[in-house]
Design a protein around this ligand. Structure first.
Ligand code: G6P
Length: 611
């Protein structure tokens, strides 16, 4: 993962780099560092922990360079420490590099360099890169700027794995070289200045004109020029894109945390997802999906592939597609899918869900599906992100930037969008029109129903106070409610560090019930009238064994439970959009009670760009 920032221009680089790093911290916060060129010498300052720790180092204010690179790290190779922080320099401090990704053949490269007397200070895979650049530079017959460029290109030819790189050199103090392979990198074009970043929002306050780099495109950047080259050192032409996004949506707007802001934004984000795609009186329109009946009729299996919360949205979508389109659906984590030999034919449709659009496993799984001739659809929240460039079709969730590491509004928007896509397919296939009309009406009511759920959060807050010291919490549900249990359990683990398990209610008695004892909390979701009695029986089984119960339901309950959160009635297939909200809030308030950093939980990152 890791966040990369760069600046080359007429202003001091340091404040711009720090500003960008703060915005990229969601990609990792184990350590941070910057390097600038000061009077033809590279100066590097780095520190363990958050960007704030880096900015607190007094010496950082002495950096006056107008060219610089910065990095915020999510540790892969080498523990979080100052020495393992980026930027990394070669032995002569002539080249400095920041890197996002993993160099898979770094041990071989290290041995190669060691045998040529290069020394290593860190435990990282990255440190081989500046030293290889130095090696290639020393052994090059080229002169001038091409010598620098060729050394970087030759180095990349030796690397296996994924990387987004920024390279500066004291021998070329007016230039920076950047390149990417399977890790994101964008260049923002300014007036007599240029910006580099892992994502667009981090530099959107400086420029709106962006070059999106493709794999193995090298950019040779000065303050007023950007040249692009391919691996053969041939110049290539690239057009920039003008990107407009509302940057105010990346601020907290008076909320104590981004997560609480994003939970509360769900009525708006779901409204944006719906947009004008569905209406009760006409057929569904998804302008970016140009799929016809002839093709859809050939589809006999749908795969939904994603990671983390996005995969949980896929689990929820499975019954929606199966019930409306009558096509079997398989949902699989991208990290599993990519390393087996899934049965994919041209009659298989593959949907890939990724909020960031940059999750390494999801991108690799998408490439695999394409290589097997499947049609691919990307569902993403980030315009121009990697999966959107790989897939045959892209449909955006339009949920607005999601900053908190734990996903909330992206998840609900993903479910809504998947439901809309299922409706769109079913309409094309002329299937289940009555069901569809009812579902559409309930989708259109979702924004106001979400507002209803968010109106009263006091009971959830009070219950969080009661249970925040617990060690294990269970989540149960049947059918679609089970898919919400899984997401509720993940939210809790992610931000409160409480161990939790989600189980289909009926499976509890096959093992986990052995763990239920006096005062253990069991969270249960009940939205299916047809399964109500069965589910209540399962809850009674844990109550009998002493469990405390927290129930989220839209059904009338006759029995007494410790806490019951009532949510509005809606079509069962989209009930997760409402029932997950009390679970998001429960996790949030528990984390707050424990005094934890809700937005940046330990060991996690928002965008997992390494496998
Ligand atoms: C990380 C994040 C999760 C997210 C998952 C998939 O684990 O912490 O919140 O659900 O990645 O991310 P994506 O951007 O592909 O949806």
């Amino acid at each position: 993962m890791c966040g990369i920032i760069g600046y080359i221009g007429e202003n001091k680089a340091k404040p711009i780099l720090i500003n960008g790093l703060l915005r990229l911290e969601y990609r990792g916060y184990d350590s941070a560092g910057i390097a600038t060129i000061e009077k033809d010498e590279i100066k590097t300052i780095k520190n363990k922990g958050r960007v704030k720790n880096l900015n607190d180092i007094e010496e950082i204010n002495s950096l006056k360079g107008t060219i610089g690179i910065g990095h915020t790290r999510w540790a892969t190779h080498g523990k979080p420490s100052s020495i393992n922080s980026h930027p990394h320099a070669d032995n002569t401090n002539c080249f400095s590099v920041v890197h996002n990704g993993i160099i898979e053949n770094y041990s071989d490269l290290k041995e190669f360099l060691k045998s040529r007397k290069y020394k290593f200070l860190s435990e990282t895979d990255t440190e081989v890169i500046p030293n290889l650049i130095h090696f290639n530079y020393q052994n090059s017959d080229e002169t001038g700027d091409t010598k620098f460029l060729k050394a970087v290109v030759d180095t990349c030819k030796m690397l296996k794995g994924s990387y987004a790189l920024e390279v500066i050199s004291s021998a070329h103090p007016n230039n920076m070289i950047v390149v990417r392979k399977d890790s994101p990198l964008v260049i923002g074009k300014g007036l007599n200045e240029n910006y580099i970043s892992s994502d667009i929002p981090a530099i959107l306050s400086f420029t709106k004109d962006f070059y999106i780099l493709n794999d193995l495109e090298f950019a040779y950047i000065s303050r007023n020029n950007i040249e692009f080259y391919n691996e053969d050192l041939e110049k290539i032409h690239k057009d920039f894109q003008n990107i407009t996004l509302d940057t105010s949506s990346t601020e907290k707007d008076g909320y104590p945390d981004f997560m609480l802001k994003e939970i509360n934004e769900q009525s708006k984000s779901v409204r944006e997802t719906i947009g004008s795609r569905i209406s009760s009186s006409s057929k569904t329109i998804i302008s970016d999906l140009n799929i016809n009946k002839k093709f859809l009729k050939t589809i006999n299996k749908i795969y939904i592939i994603a990671c983390g919360t996005a995969m949980h949205a896929g689990l929820t979508a499975k019954p929606i597609f199966e019930s409306l389109c009558e096509i079997p659906v398989e949902v699989e984590p991208a990290s599993e899918f990519r390393y087996r030999n899934p049965i994919i034919t041209q009659n298989t449709l593959c949907l890939f869900i990724s909020q960031s659009g940059e999750t390494a496993d999801t991108i690799a799984a998408l490439k695999l599906a394409k290589s097997k001739n499947s049609k691919t659809i990307a569902i993403s929240n980030v315009v121009g992100s990697s999966i959107t460039r790989e897939a045959d079709y892209t449909v955006y969730t339009h949920a607005g930037p999601e900053i908190a590491v734990a996903s909330t509004k992206a998840y609900t928007s993903q479910i809504v969008l998947l439901a809309i896509i299922a409706i769109y397919f079913a309409e094309i296939l002329d299937k289940n029109s009555t069901k569809i009309n009812e579902l559409k009406n309930d989708i259109l009511l979702l924004p106001s129903n979400i507002e209803e759920v968010l109106k009263d959060t006091e009971k959830i807050k009070a219950f969080a106070k009661r249970i925040y010291k617990e060690k294990d919490i269970f989540f149960i549900g049947r059918g679609i409610d089970y898919t919400v249990a899984v997401e509720g359990s993940l939210k809790l683990k992610e931000i409160s560090y409480i161990h939790s398990e989600a189980y289909p209610s009926g499976e509890l008695k096959h093992g986990p019930i052995a763990l239920i004892e006096n005062d253990v909390t069991v969270v249960s979701i009940l939205t299916n009238r047809l399964l109500l009695e069965k589910s209540i029986s399962n809850i009674q089984e844990v109550v009998t064994r002493g469990a405390k119960t927290f129930i989220v339901t839209n059904q009338e309950l006759n029995d007494d439970f410790d806490e019951v959160i009532n949510i509005p009635k809606t079509n069962y297939l989209i009930s997760p959009v409402l029932s997950v909200i009390p679970l998001q809030l429960l996790a949030y308030y528990i984390s707050k009670e424990k005094g934890l950093d809700v937005d940046k939980p330990r060991n996690l990152a928002k965008s997992v760009t390494v496998e």
